[in-house]
Design a protein around this ligand. Structure first.
Ligand SMILES: Nc1ncnc2c1ncn2[C@@H]1O[C@H](COP(=O)(O)OP(=O)(O)OP(=O)(O)O)[C@@H](O)[C@H]1O
Ligand SMILES: [Mg+2]
Length: 267
């Protein structure tokens, strides 16, 4: 099956700390999924299971039917690209362009293909103006886009973004939204961890919620944000539009601005 599948996966770190318990999840090729939940819930641990950086302590992770336990992280990373939560963990080169090209040279692609991939990744992330700078000299928000461009250039069918919204201004958020749309048009899967619930409501229909090492819900954004149990247990914040709708006692489990506007115009 063209999917990432987690089958009853439990994961403990070498120090014995159990960070994921009995995760079951299927993300098909082409799907766009948000993963939300409180700090320390186990989100990063879970996505690292999807790209082979973590191997299950028990249970199985399948990527397009291939069990990650028999594969190296390098083999899995041909299918699953992972953008680290902290960009500084992913940057090694002294120049943005070199950074994006680095893995492409390693993969021994020809020069024309490298140029095509770099220009696509640069265009998608809007970092044209920074190619000759040292990645550590560019603003944090741009540095995040440098690491996103590095992973986009690998052109994997699955892409994981670990908190890409952190530290982004309005333009950064807009660039991320456009990026999600473009990748979906190209048939890619994008799995995004974020604490920005407005971003989730605006960009995702499927939301996986984690709390205390487990997946507690896998549902639409609307059902997720209107479930008192889920938002309480995962300590997430309903998008503001939803909070206003709730305070006004409006029907329809509103989470979108246009829904609120249309309803209020009727009054
Ligand atoms: N290398 C490690 N060794 C031991 N425990 C770890 C390690 N990395 C993370 N943990 C612990 O595992 C738990 C889950 O961490 P994880 O980073 O997956 O959470 P998260 O949901 O991504 O949190 P955040 O929203 O803060 O990024 C936490 O209790 C964390 O302290
Ligand atoms: Mg994390």
């Amino acid at each position: 099956m063209e999917a990432i599948e987690l089958k009853n996966v439990t994961f403990a770190y070498p120090d014995g700390h159990v960070a994921n318990e009995e995760l079951n999840l299927v993300i098909r090729k082409g799907e766009r999924v948000a993963i939300v939940g409180q700090n320390g819930a186990g989100k990063t641990t879970a996505v690292k299971l999807m790209n082979g950086l973590n191997k299950p302590t028990s249970g199985d992770v399948l990527v397009n039917g291939i069990n990650t336990k028999n594969q190296t992280t390098a083999q899995i990373s041909a299918y699953v690209g992972y953008v680290f939560q902290n960009p500084d963990d992913q940057i090694f080169n002294s120049n943005v362009q070199k950074e994006i090209e680095y893995m492409l040279h390693y993969l021994k692609l020809d020069q024309q293909e490298i140029e095509r991939r770099v220009s696509r990744a640069v265009e998608l992330t809007g970092i044209e103006g920074y190619l000759h700078m040292n990645p550590f000299d560019v603003p944090y928000s741009i540095r995040r886009f440098v690491t996103i461009a590095m992973v986009l250039a690998l052109e994997t069918p699955y892409i994981i973004l670990d908190e890409p919204t952190a530290g982004q201004d309005l333009i950064g958020i807009k660039t991320l939204s456009n990026l999600l749309d473009r990748l979906q048009e190209e048939g890619k899967s994008v799995i995004t961890i974020t604490h920005d619930m407005e971003f989730v409501a605006d960009n995702f229909t499927r939301v996986v919620t984690m709390a205390n090492k487990r997946i507690i819900s896998d549902d639409s954004a609307r059902n997720t944000f209107w479930s008192k149990e889920i938002i309480t247990e995962a300590r997430i914040k309903k998008p503001q539009i939803g909070e206003v709708a709730e305070e006004l006692g409006l029907k329809g489990n509103i989470i979108f601005r246009h829904e609120l506007v249309e309803l209020l115009k009727k009054y």
